[in-house]
Ligand binder design. Structure first.
Ligand code: ZN
Ligand code: ZN
Length: 252
């Protein structure tokens, strides 16, 4: 099959012929119909997140199940699916508690094994990790969800502990930040505010769901929370940009 491969860090990736992926006993081989390019792919290509070389990158995928291993019970060839950024083993205590993202046996296409910049990709623990797609969701849309939605999900819902009426301030309007806005608002009926150093990113996507969007370069007002505009102490800040997340609203 064809795949995008790089043989060394920062070396030019090439499209070349590679062997078909083997189907894990509890996994599936997915025929890739759409795959996204993520900053994480760039990090592995740079060598910041070491991978075995040569490597096929790609983890934001959607496609059709081509084959399943003998231990798989929930899926069969022809099913339309996508996957989260981190695939858990499905059986350890973390996975059973719903925390597959920190599973000690987790796998990630493009990092722990060949990724989705290929015609087909192997996914481990298919019963735990594959997510079925309704016919109404096209492959390109689905491929954009698995990484950024799963990455953003726990920030507003678990770590931010959003409660009804809280303001949610999302700092950074890249893919993860926009999904934090999408998840946080409906999860708590929270008014949301977003800040970005690149105003073009916040419009129009953030504007559809945010009470306000602000430039991170703008000086905050002194009498109100400068990030979200709410009363001091009511803001739940979520950082989806490069600096580490603040433990409390930095403007109050
Ligand atoms: Zn990604
Ligand atoms: Zn696990």
């Amino acid at each position: 099959m064809k795949a995008v491969v790089y043989s060394g860090y920062r070396e030019l990736p090439v499209v070349t012929d590679v062997p078909e992926p083997a189907c894990p006993a509890g996994g599936a081989v997915v025929e890739v119909r759409a795959t996204g390019v993520c900053r994480s792919d760039w990090h592995s290509w740079q060598g910041h997140d070491p991978v075995a070389l040569p490597n096929i990158p790609g983890h934001e995928l959607a496609g059709v199940v081509a084959s399943v291993g003998p231990a798989v019970t929930r899926w069969r060839p022809g099913d339309r699916v996508t996957v989260p950024f981190v695939c858990g083993c499905g059986t350890c205590a973390y996975c059973l508690a719903g925390d597959a993202q920190v599973c000690p046996h987790r796998t990630q296409p493009g990092f722990t094994g060949p990724g989705s910049f290929a015609e087909r990709v192997a996914i481990h623990a298919a019963d735990a990790n594959l997510v079925g797609l309704p016919e109404s969701v096209d492959f390109v849309t689905a491929a954009s969800h698995g990484c950024r939605f799963a990455t953003a999900f726990r920030a507003p819902t678990v770590h931010g502990r959003l409660m009804r009426g809280d303001w949610l301030a999302v700092h950074g309007c890249g893919g993860v930040g926009l999904y934090a806005v999408m998840i946080g608002g409906p999860a708590s009926s929270a008014p949301t505010s977003s800040t970005t150093r690149r105003p073009s990113r916040s419009s129009p996507a953030a504007a559809r769901t945010c009470r306000s969007t602000r430039s991170a370069r703008r000086s905050p007002p002194s009498t109100r929370c400068g990030r979200c505009g709410g009363a001091a102490g009511t803001c739940r800040p979520v950082s989806c940009s490069a600096p580490p997340p603040p433990r409390r609203c930095p403007w109050t």
